[in-house]
Design a protein around this ligand. Sequence first.
Ligand code: UD1
Length: 369
Amino acid sequence: MNKGSPTVDIIAGARPNFMKIAPILRAMQARQAAGGQLNYRLVHTGQHYDDKMSGDFFRQLGIPQPDVNLEVGSGSQAQQTANIMIRYEELLLAAPSAMCLVVGDVTSTMACAIAAQKLCIPVAHVEAGIRSGDWTMPEEINRRVTDAITNWFFTTSEVANTNLRNAGVEDERIFFVGNTMIDTLLANQHQFQPPAFWQALALHPQQYLVLTLHRPANVDNAETLTGMLMAVAAGARGAPVVFPAHPRTAKMLAALPALPSGIHLVDPQPYLEFNYLVRHAKGVVTDSGGVTEETTVMGVPCMTLRDSTERPETVTMGTNELLGTDPAALGPALAKLWAGQWKKGGIPEKWDGRTGERIVAKLEELLGA
Ligand code: UD1
């Protein structure tokens, strides 16, 4: 702690936040070791609290223990938002910071941005400006609200820059720095490790699929979810499908009579195991946004069960294809995969592993530290 120097709050709440903050914290620590004056306070909101959704990621990614845990736990969208705002406001009133840095698009991102800005504490948003255009996704509301009250925008793509300019944000407030999630991927790829069930399921590289589903639109209705599982199982042509299920999905699956054969339900996986599975998979079927970025960088074919994406570069440039939410699209897409005809793809600009450093250099400049 550099006494008298400004402190930035780094906010994290839910699983996809953790890989985004890790490189920022690492870059902050490196600057401090080199005499940099900027301080940070790591605030975990407690939106995700299980070891499997949170603790494992802190351990594997070397994220320091949070300085503060707001321990909000689960709840409806409004309950979580309200509880995070109340508790973060209390923290800021007791011990203000010089800036609130939020990442991504989860409830914690939006709630902390609002609480800080109302106390006139400037907000920096990492992964700002991306838009799916789909207002039925809570994440899209979170992005729009957050960006409407953000001072400093750190972006992953030119598309995000354009979205912000079109919304009236001046160029001086937009910093195109790249993708911190990809910093984490590149920094950890040499440590990816097979999960414990690799042998028990007799998995072999390029001979299985990975499936992840957690969007309410896909998993909250038993019929929709069953239709998707049947289509994946049929298109897998006997190859195993590894399905690490998010708690929300697991609850729904528990109420189904049985899973189609070939679909292997496993717990949410830690970071190094999950990405080992992805890197060696023949292909990935998902409704996640972050996974489409990781598959693009690893060159793994990716099929997204959504009608829109806030990450269009994973489609125009990367290995991702948007299939929509009709399971009928899976058959032809998986046939193309098995025929070896999936596109190869390239890597978007500045997804180079140095984004955390670029962000911290800019924070020092903004805060005069
Ligand atoms: C959140 C994010 C989503 C992200 C996802 C990744 C929002 C609006 N959504 O959705 O963008 O892709 O995380 O995981 O912020 N639960 C547990 N253990 C936990 C946390 C949650 O069992 O540690 C259960 C909750 O009780 C709840 C469900 O998981 O039933 C959903 O959790 P919630 O935090 O509401 O949102 P996610 O669906 O995880």
